[in-house]
Structures are given as structure tokens and as C-alpha cells.
Design a protein around this ligand. Sequence first.
Ligand SMILES: O=c1[nH]c(=O)c2ncn([C@@H]3O[C@H](COP(=O)(O)OP(=O)(O)OP(=O)(O)O)[C@@H](O)[C@H]3O)c2[nH]1
Length: 196
Amino acid sequence: MKLVMATWNKTKLKQMEQAFRQIPLKVTSLAKRIEDIEETALTFKGNALLKVEAATQYYGNDIIIGEDSGLSIDALGGFPGVRTARFSPGNDGDRAQQLVERLSGVPLSKRSAKFTSAVAIAFPDGAHQYSQGVMGGWIAKKAPATISGYGDIFLLSDGKVLSEHDPALISAYDHRQVALFQAKQYILEWLEGKSL
Ligand SMILES: O=c1[nH]c(=O)c2ncn([C@@H]3O[C@H](COP(=O)(O)OP(=O)(O)OP(=O)(O)O)[C@@H](O)[C@H]3O)c2[nH]1
């Protein structure tokens, strides 16, 4: 039995491998076997499940994990949410720039936002588990001259944007790390329950 990471994103894959390093199973990614899927669900959890389901026909005897994440801005009714990675052409930096422009004139008190990460797990016996992590913050009024991603516009309560923080120090509060930590407990407990 293997741990199959249902992701096509290399950074995410590394984070998942790291988060699950204590689990005594070989980790593999389905990226090479199946093409990236269309993320058509209306929720992060729904998209995480779609990623997992894309893998079940090839990896029915393994534990499959999928993750979906994004940024939700209160003043924009939760936008971009599940569409964070693709609400307009270009890269995350271009999209983050657009969000800052859309919030022009909005005071900091009304710029609250959150990152959400949802993880879905499919076990070989057909059981599923889900976990979620959330990190709250604000969309900064002053963005750097060059915005390379959402981390450059996401302000934390210490007055610094996410990308100004040491990832190792912020990791305990990171939405994805929180969701993956809970997922790890589910997997370890499932293995224990099966005496594996
Ligand atoms: O700067 C950031 N710091 C973060 O902490 C963070 N967490 C999520 N995101 C963004 O949210 C979308 C995820 O999209 P997503 O889950 O569909 O991933 P993906 O399509 O790359 O991979 P996958 O679907 O193959 O797994 C992408 O735009 C990510 O940049 C972040 N950006």
C-alpha cells in the first residue's frame, strides 16, 4: 500500500511529503499518470474530493490524498475562493494585483480575508475523511512594487505580509499545514485500526 498525492503542483507535493514523513508508507504522486483535472466543484472540499476521485481507478489499493486551497476576501463576497488559481489569465502575481486594484479605496477594517485549505482522503476500504485549515488576515493596502503571488498581499496581524515571514516559523499557523496535520492523524489512526 502506498500514499498517493493527488496533486500536479510540485511545491504542494513537497509539503505533503514532508507532512506525511512519519507515516510508514511509500509516497507517490499521480501527476505522471493522470492529467490535471478540471476543478469544477463549488467548495474547497468538493475540489479536493474531485482530485482524489480522479486517482481511485488507478490506485484503488492505496491511500489517496487531495488538497484544494485558495483565498477568500470578505469585501468581495468570498471571491476568488475556489477560483483563486484561475479567475483570470496570467499567474498568481497578476491575479493578486487585480485583487488589490478591486479593493482600491476600501479601508483596512473592511479588507479581511482568509486562506482555506481542504484535504480529502480516500482509503482502500472505501472510507473517506476530510480536514480543513484556515489562516485569517487582511489584504494589504500597500503592496510591493512587484507582486509575485498572494503571499505578497496577505497581511498578518504583526503588520507584515505572508511572504515576509520565514516559512518555518509560520508553518504552525499555515492553513495547508493545519489541514495536513489533521489528515496525518486520520491516516495513522486508520492504519492502526487495520493493524497495518
Ligand atoms: O501565496 C500563496 N500562499 C499560500 O499560502 C497559498 N495557499 C494557497 N494559495 C493559492 O491558492 C491556489 C491553490 O490552488 P489549487 O489548490 O487548485 O492548487 P494547484 O492547482 O496548483 O494544485 P493541484 O490542484 O494540482 O493540487 C493557488 O493560486 C495558490 O497560489 C496560496 N498562495
